[in-house]
Ligand binder design. Structure first.
Ligand code: NCD
Ligand code: ZN
Length: 345
């Protein structure tokens, strides 16, 4: 049987939610990944170091016994994030980045940044203190076509931002387009991107195959095939600028299957296995370890994990649904096969 042993991977972009939902989804991530960069878009969002400390404690308390998962915390950038809060975050030892959601861009982003200029003082402090800015890179101007939002955001916001703060450490989260990949490649070593498994495996046709499929809807939305190919090329290139971030984003079934369904795809149940599929399809399994286990830690100045995770090439069927507190969660590939599985120790 074919096996693949990797330095234990980390997930550099993850939504864990809170309360019952947190308890339901955390084991999936903790079985696979040593650490995850935990997104702050709770309701209300995690805006201060004190709130991040409390959220971190709730995550640690929900951790399954025997698993040494380490949550890496982020703050939610607003128009009012202070220079003092940035300094406090830098000193905290557990806040590793600040997340920039343009107001209105995605789930729980209404308290995000209305105009980037308002956040300049905080961003200037981040650039000076080497605290990374993680970006949801989509224009919110309703006149911009949804499939063009990433490219337009790069031109209107990211390029001017880096001209102003050339040393700023910046991650274009869940990059989805060729333009996004080109932007990251052309920038300095301080600019990187995470790539999700679903954007490597699917193009936008998946959302409409045989009817509208809400469980393939996320933001940024799946793009056309040429963009998927650009993401695969970047992921398997061996460039340390591209690393794993699942963007696993659980929503209850009822919140996705309705007249105005939430954006977000749940992938934590096969969080590394789906990447193995994508890398295998590109005949580049040898490039998975750098992408999943090495480049992200290096970007954030953290040590590599000391242990390993072994994957086996054996198909298994994903359950039709998963428990999610009072509701149900429909995972990616529900009722269908995934070709790799983890060897649990
Ligand atoms: C995320 C969520 O549900 O929190 N949704 C998504 O489609 N990715 C938010 C985000 O990362 O944009
Ligand atoms: Zn996300």
């Amino acid at each position: 049987m074919q096996t693949l042993t990797l330095t234990r991977p980390d997930d550099w972009h993850l939504h864990l939610r809170d309360g019952e939902a947190l308890a339901a989804v955390l084991p999936d991530t903790a079985r696979r990944f040593a650490r995850a960069m935990v997104m702050p878009n709770l309701k209300p969002p995690v805006r201060t170091v004190a709130e991040a400390a409390a959220y971190r404690q709730r995550i640690l308390a929900a951790r399954p016994a025997g698993l040494a998962f380490e949550p890496l915390m982020t703050l939610y950038l607003t128009d009012h994030t202070s220079v003092e809060e940035v300094a406090k975050a830098r000193r905290s030892g557990f806040v590793h980045a600040v997340k920039y959601y343009p107001a209105g861009a995605t789930t729980n982003s209404d308290l995000g940044v209305s105009r980037i200029e308002k956040a300049y003082p905080a961003i200037e402090a981040m650039a000076a203190q080497d605290l990374p800015l993680l970006v949801h890179g989509e224009a919110t101007d309703p006149a911009v076509d949804i499939f063009d939002r990433e490219a337009v955001f790069i031109d209107r916001v990211l390029t001017p931002l880096l001209d102003r703060y050339p040393k700023l450490k910046l991650v274009l989260e869940h990059v989805t387009t060729r333009q996004g990949i080109d932007f990251v490649r052309a920038a300095g070593a301080n600019v990187a991107a995470t790539i999700t498994a679903h954007h490597l495996l699917y193009n936008r046709n998946a959302m409409f195959k045989g009817g509208i499929r809400p469980h393939y809807y996320c933001l940024p939305v799946l793009k056309r095939e040429q963009h998927r190919q650009a993401l695969v090329d970047a992921a398997i290139s061996g460039s340390p600028k591209f690393f794993l971030g699942t963007d696993s984003a659980p929503h209850a079934r009822s919140a996705k299957e309705c007249g105005s369904g939430c954006a977000g795809i749940y992938t934590a149940h096969a969080g590394i296995e789906l990447y193995a599929e994508a890398f295998e399809a590109a005949a580049a399994l040898d490039k998975l370890e750098g992408f999943a286990s090495v480049f992200g830690a290096a970007f954030y100045g953290l040590a590599r994990n000391p242990d390993t995770l072994t994957l086996v090439r054996a198909a298994w069927d994903v359950p039709a649904d998963l428990d999610f507190g009072a509701g149900k969660l429909i995972p990616l590939r529900a009722g269908e096969a995934v070709n790799w599985k983890i060897l649990e120790s």
